[in-house]
Design a protein around this ligand. Sequence first.
Ligand SMILES: [Zn+2]
Ligand SMILES: [Zn+2]
Length: 165
Amino acid sequence: MKLNGNVVLLIILMMTALLLFTMCDNGGPAPENCDCADKGHLGIGETCNCGKANCTCTLKVYGEVVDNGSLGEIKIPIYRQGEVTDMATAVAKVIDAYGGLDDATRGALYGKIQEVRIIPGVTTASRSVENGKFIIVFGEERSMNGMRQYFNQAADNVDELAGGA
Ligand SMILES: [Zn+2]
Ligand SMILES: [Zn+2]
């Protein structure tokens, strides 16, 4: 029997498929899945160091600012960015700071803050814009009053969000 070009091509394709299948099959033991018990344990910019397949670990929400505005309740998550010493204290300060804002300020900020991040060891405050909302970054050493003052400053500058910068 004489092989024409199509048959030869078909044989080559079948052998290639067989080879690929064999290579996958002999690729060692099946990868282990991530076994972190608590999936939500990451700070901003971190990846899980389990080194395993199918890792679904996510950002840890250390606390939330709850705002019961006229349009319904919203929650602003508070994340860690870096090796913060005392997240519990920092989170309490953020919640107190926001909770003490006057009605006009809360109205101005309502729905305008995507998240709050805490960074280690400094007293700074800064903000950036993402998806038309503020990301507020506080140093963990910033005082509660300093955080409140910065929320007020952000409320006075919500026009920054329109530019989407
Ligand atoms: Zn993990
Ligand atoms: Zn993992």
